[in-house]
Design a protein around this ligand. Sequence first.
Ligand SMILES: *Cc1c(COP(=O)(O)O)cnc(C)c1O
Length: 428
Amino acid sequence: MHFFEYRNGTLFCEDVDLARLAAETGTPAYVYSASTILSHYRRLDEVLAEVPHMICYAVKANSNIGILSLLAGENAGFDIVSGGELFRVVKAGGDAAKCTFAGVGKTEAEIRDALERGIFAFNVESEAELERINAIAGQLGVKAPIAVRVNPDVDAHTHKYISTGKSENKFGIAFERVFAVYANAAKLPNLKIRGVQMHIGSQITEAGPFAEAVEKMQPLVCKLKTLYGIEYFSIGGGMGIVYDPSLASGTTDWWAKDEKPLTLEGYAEAVVPKLKALGLKILVEPGRFMVGNAGVLLARVQYVKAGDIKKFVIVDAGMNDLIRPALYQSFHEIVPVTQRAGALEKVDVVGPVCESGDFFAEERELPPLEQGDLIALMSTGAYGATMSSNYNSRPLLPELLVKGDKVATIRTRQTPDDLIRNESLPSF
Ligand SMILES: *Cc1c(COP(=O)(O)O)cnc(C)c1O
């Protein structure tokens, strides 16, 4: 669910008129709905009520400290993948002791910093990493809390760039090697074995792969509990959202997809009974689910250009602001902020960046759009702003957080000076 809807022909985010907001702040701009994020967090918390749990929001989906502070206010945990993300969490008022640290390439500096801040656990991706963490913990005179990330080798049925739980992926430790790795970890004096973790991929729109992975892990998790007294099992994130409501066949639940919508309740039914039996603390690491449908990217039409065979709607947002269509061939619904009458037209919606991959939609049926019209790229709250860049020397966009009729600027638009802030002319 989300809090974007038309009122009298204009798109609103909660109680804020997006046409007015865009006129005030300029375009392009990201706008987020705080109530949507909070409702996602609370709903997930509710469906997991039957197991002791901690929701660790995957910071990489949207790492703005304004968003992190909302979740810190709910007592959330955080799943981080870099020292920079840990810094953000702490700045936002989050608790380092509720942070899990994921990723295959943790550096010495990152590990040291995380140990000094007292994180909840490292989710370890290789044996070399275990040894590195052990060594640094030894230098600091602390015991490093760890879990091993297991690759359960299940097919998440998602785009190959965001599938992580198959044996051919770089993530985690293969099922067959897990016990040997835990046995090694147990011998390292500065480690405290605290849990076990998995994460099978992202934008998973069926309950099946989650259920399959939990089931596959069950015997292993029980054995690790007996052998090493682990306290937690993290089942990762990856819950998918609806990007194309036309596929959601009549349901208004934005979690839904295809004929058989995957609901949050469906997800919980698939995993909670199996998890309950384990008697462990369960961690979940949702990123996209928490923020994806809570954000839109506002852009203004600059030109409408009729090519020989195609009509292009050129907008002021580009692939540097939102790379998902170019990177994953992903779909974002596009709607006019002010509703328009008239026959639908097939157009390509493209940005100004000098790359043919700079498009948001190809051959999309949209209401007639003219120069100056405002559009919203829906469901861009996750992996939107965080993946943006300054390519083509385009300033990073403002981010606005709406709650009710209030708007907070949680990031200002970069200025030309910002673009070159860390650069200098050579002195020779
Ligand atoms: C990216 C990531 C997540 C979040 O994935 P979503 O699909 O956004 O829920 C969770 N855990 C780990 C280890 C990740 O790398």
